[in-house]
Design a binder for this molecule. Structure first.
Ligand code: V47
Length: 369
């Protein structure tokens, strides 16, 4: 279906204004976004989001052949980030710090498909210096020159700046010179000051997170963005979060993909013991597609959603399902029930069964021949 064929009268009353705007390709405002999040007509939202997605991407669904690596889980924010089950303090039994050689060996284990991207994130380690990370990136580039390195959340970049007493710009320039190609989207959580204080007091605030990405974009470094939902936030906090991302994207155009991340309940200090049900996840995907009119790609991260819900998300506005991953710890330490990797064949099958056309992409969203 095309935008012009939308019949607003066919939608429930509360969504008719939204349908009209989608039909006219008009930007949704704060109130519209709130109406979307407060509606329980997920199928109608999905229908609209799918039309928007197909307008942008047709039937294409992107995937990539990537490998996650977490050099260390030792983190100064271990007890600040209440939702995290990954981090540890130095010396705790579950803490790890891989050596460069350990990491090079892991990078070799690519699960059978030729990896095009390393996704590298970790804890904010109290004593690993920026030079250690620069050496790591140089070592990886030397051994895997054709692999794109997407590494370090804004939180890690901010931490390196604090530890080294240098600016965020200087950190980014040094890391880029050593081999950094782009930034992942983690650490955004929820921008609202009060909610952020409750769930991750102490680490970068919203303006600081956005400033790291603004600085990266100005240097020509592309990045992703995320939102952690399904904990104590309300609809208005989700809307505020999406609109702040949209405003930065208007300014810089540097975000490639938005990845909504559903809160997982195990092994953390939140005290919330359930994960959002699948329909809620599909609603967040759909509303993100409708509100973020300037971010080209909405990623249904299959590790976080499960392959089953990620597949459904392709009918609710998502056009990317992430990649092979190979080894995953962040979500598996907080209760993810999915496997840690999928092969190219499995990803392609999952996409085809959803009626979409699988296209392998590189990290910068160029289709791979
Ligand atoms: O920043 C941590 C989240 C993020 C929990 O850029 C949790 O391509 C739910 O950002 N429940 C890291 N979420 C993952 C991430 C990501 C993943 C895939 C692709 C990309 C990309 C980025 O995981 C953290 C945090 O928001 N997280 N703990 C939890 N209990």
């Amino acid at each position: 279906m095309k935008r012009k064929d939308i019949e607003p009268a066919d939608f429930p009353k509360e969504l008719q204004v939204i349908a009209e705007k989608v039909k006219r390709n008009e930007r949704l405002n704060y109130d519209d976004a709130l109406v979307c999040f407060e509606s329980n007509d997920v199928l109608s939202l999905g229908k609209l989001a799918r039309i928007v997605k197909e307008d942008l991407h047709g039937k294409i669904c992107f995937y990539n052949i990537n490998r996650h690596i977490n050099p260390t889980n030792v983190c100064v924010y271990t007890y600040d980030c209440k939702f995290c089950g990954f981090a540890a303090l130095p010396g705790e039994p579950h803490a790890w710090e891989y050596s460069h050689e350990d990491i090079y060996r892991k990078a070799e284990l690519q699960g059978g498909d030729k990896v095009r991207e390393f996704h590298i994130v970790g804890g904010c380690h109290p004593s690993l210096r920026l030079s250690w990370y620069e050496e790591l990136l140089r070592g990886l580039k030397k051994r895997f020159p054709e692999v794109h390195i997407k590494a370090f959340t804004a939180i890690e970049i901010g931490w390196f700046a604090k530890l080294e007493k240098i600016s965020v710009k200087e950190v980014l320039l040094r890391l880029r010179a050593a081999g950094l190609d782009s930034l992942p989207g983690g650490g955004a959580e929820i921008f609202d000051r009060e909610i952020r204080k409750e769930i991750c007091n102490g680490k970068l605030n919203a303006d600081e997170w956005l400033e790291v990405h603004r600085t990266a974009h100005k240097l020509g470094i592309k990045s992703n963005c995320t939102m952690l939902y399904g904990h104590i936030e309300k609809a208005e906090h989700r809307v505020d979060h999406l609109l702040r991302l949209r405003a930065l994207q208007d300014e810089t155009g540097g975000f490639q993909a938005f990845i909504p991340l559903a809160y997982h309940p195990d092994n953390n200090f939140m005290g919330i013991k359930f994960k959002t049900p699948g329909l809620e996840d599909l609603k967040v995907i759909a509303v993100s597609r409708l509100v973020l009119d300037n971010i080209p790609n909405i990623k249904a991260y299959w590790i976080m959603l499960t392959p089953e819900v990620a597949q459904l998300a392709l009918h609710f506005g998502a056009n990317d399902i992430d990649g092979t991953v190979v080894e995953e710890t962040i979500y598996h330490m907080v209760g993810a029930s999915s496997r840690e990797w999928m092969t190219r064949e499995e990803l392609e099958t999952l996409i085809r069964i959803a009626g979409c056309e699988p296209v392998e992409r590189d990290t910068l969203y160029n289709p791979v021949a």
